[in-house]
Design a protein around this ligand. Structure first.
Ligand code: COS
Length: 380
C-alpha cells in the first residue's frame, strides 16, 4: 500500500541521491576502516532513516511494508554495512515493541529510536541456539520487581553500539512456549559485551556477544507484560524482517547488474566489448531476469502484508529466493569482471563476500524451506 505516491517519490529520490552521492563514494573507506564515518551517520539521522518503519505517532515515517520494500530496493544499491547502522532500529530492534509492546514501552523507546538517539538491537541467537530458536537457554528468573537474566547471546548486530536489546530468555518450561521477550537496556548491571566479531564480509557492520551475568532488569521490561509470548514476538518480527532483507537483496543484485554492464561495455576482448560476446550476454541476461523476478515477488508479498494477509510463507519464499538469487548474481558479476572481479579496486569483490550472509541470518535458506513446506501442508 502506498499512502501518498508523491511523498514516497520524494523520499525515494532523496534516498537514491544519498546512496549515489554520499554512500557509494564512501564504500572504499568503509572497507578500509571497518567503520561507518560519523558524518554519514549524522546525515542518516537528519534524513529520518532511523525511524522509517516506526509509526508516525512515535516520530517515525510510518512506512507501510510496500513503501519500506521500495526504499530497501534503493538502499540495497550500496554496501550492506550502511543499512546495518539504522537497520535494527527499523527492523528487528524495534518491531518487537511495535507489534507486542505495552503503550508505556512504545512511548518510551520508539521516539528515541525513531530519531536515532538510541539504537535498538535484537538478541535471539546463542552459542548453542541458532535455527532452533525455540530452545533458547538464556534464563530470566523473577525476583520481586525485577528479572535476573543469565546467558550469552551471539553474533548480535549492533550490540557494540546498542542502547537497548529486544532479548529472548526463558521464563518457563522447555520449547517456544517458555520463551519471553525483554527490553534490556545496554547499561543494565550484569550486562557486558564480547570482543568484536571478525567476519567474512559486510565490513563496517558491528556484531559481538552479549553476556548476561545476574543481569537485573525491571519487571516492566517484559515486552507486552506477559510471559511466554517471546517466541511468537520474535517470529512476527522476523516475518517483516525477512521481507525487508529480501528487498535489500534485490537492491544488491541491481547494483551488481549495473556494475557488470558498466564493466562489460568498457572492457574489450577479441576486438569488441565483452558485452557483445554471447556467453557474457547470457550471464548479464540471467542476472537481470532473476533480479526482476525478485523485485516482483517482494512487492507482491509486501502488498499482501499491508492487506493483512497471512504472509509467513511468502516472506520465507522471498527471503529464500532473493538471498540465493543475489548469491548467483554476485558470482556471475565476479565472472564477468574476470581477474578484476577478484581485486579490491572493484566493488563486486566485497559485494561477493557481503551477500553470503543473506543466506544465513534471519533464518538460513534451509529454515525458510521448512517454513514454506509447513505452511503449504497446513493449508490443506
Ligand atoms: N509467524 C508467527 N507465528 C509463528 C511463526 C511465524 N513465522 N512461526 C511460528 N509461530 C508460532 C506458531 O504458530 C506457534 O504458535 P502456537 O503455539 O500458538 O501454535 C508457536 O509460534 C511455536 O511455533 P512452532 O511450533 O512452529 O515452533 P518451532 O520450534 O517448530 O519453530 C522455526 C521452528 C523453524 C519456525 C523457528 O525456530 C525459526 O524460525 N527458526 C529460525 C530462527 C531464525 O531466524 N534465527 C535467526 C536469528 S535472528 S537474526
Amino acid at each position: 500500500m502506498i499512502r501518498d505516491p508523491q511523498i514516497l517519490d520524494g523520499l525515494i529520490g532523496t534516498v537514491r541521491r544519498f546512496v549515489r552521492d554520499r554512500l557509494i563514494p564512501a564504500e572504499g573507506e568503509v572497507e578500509e576502516t571497518n567503520a561507518i564515518p560519523a558524518a554519514i551517520i549524522d546525515e542518516m539521522r537528519a534524513l529520518g532513516l532511523f525511524g522509517m518503519s516506526i509509526p508516525e505517532e512515535y516520530g517515525g515515517l510510518g512506512l507501510t511494508m510496500e513503501e519500506e520494500v521500495l526504499v530497501a530496493l534503493e538502499l540495497g544499491q550500496t554496501s550492506a554495512a550502511f543499512r546495518s547502522v539504522f537497520g535494527t532500529n527499523n527492523g528487528i530492534g524495534a518491531q518487537g515493541i511495535i507489534v507486542d509492546g505495552t503503550p508505556g514501552q512504545k512511548e518510551y523507546w520508539l521516539p528515541r529510536m525513531a530519531s536515532g538517539q538510541m539504537i535498538g538491537s535484537f538478541a535471539l541467537t546463542e552459542p548453542d541456539v541458532g535455527s532452533d530458536a525455540g530452545s533458547v537457554r538464556t534464563t530470566a528468573r523473577r525476583e520481586g520487581d525485577h528479572y535476573i537474566l543469565n546467558g550469552t547471546k551471539r553474533y548480535i548486530t549492533n550490540a557494540p553500539v546498542a542502547d537497548v536489546f529486544t532479548l529472548m530468555a526463558r521464563t518457563g518450561g522447555p520449547g517456544p512456549a517458555g520463551v519471553s521477550a525483554f527490553l534490556v537496556p545496554a547499561d543494565s548491571p550484569g550486562l557486558s559485551l564480547g570482543q568484536p566479531d571478525r567476519k567474512m564480509g559486510q565490513r563496517g557492520t558491528k556484531t559481538c556477544d552479549v553476556i548476561l551475568t545476574d543481569c537485573r532488569v525491571r519487571a516492566d521490561a517484559l515486552i507486552g507484560g506477559a510471559e511466554g509470548q517471546g517466541f511468537k514476538t520474535a517470529m512476527k518480527v522476523l516475518n517483516r524482517g525477512r521481507l525487508h532483507i529480501a528487498a535489500f537483496c534485490v537492491g544488491q543484485a541491481q547494483r551488481l547488474c549495473d556494475e557488470s554492464v558498466a564493466f562489460a561495455t568498457a572492457r574489450h576482448q577479441f576486438g569488441k566489448p565483452i558485452a557483445e560476446h554471447q556467453l557474457v550476454q547470457a550471464m548479464l541476461a540471467d542476472c537481470a531476469t532473476e533480479t526482476y523476478a525478485g523485485r516482483c515477488m517482494v512487492i507482491d508479498a509486501a502488498r499482501r502484508f499491508d492487506a493483512g494477509e497471512r504472509i509467513i510463507q511468502q516472506a520465507a519464499s522471498c527471503k529464500l529466493y532473493c538471498s540465493e538469487m543475489v548469491g548467483r548474481v554476485a558470482d556471475r558479476a565476479v565472472q564477468i569482471h574476470g581477474g578484476a572481479g577478484y581485486m579490491q579496486e572493484y566493488p563486486v569483490e566485497h559485494f561477493y563476500r557481503d551477500v553470503r550472509l543473506f543466506r544465513l541470518y534471519e533464518g538460513t535458506s534451509q529454515i525458510q524451506q521448512i517454513i514454506i513446506a509447513r505452511e503449504m501442508c497446513a493449508q490443506r
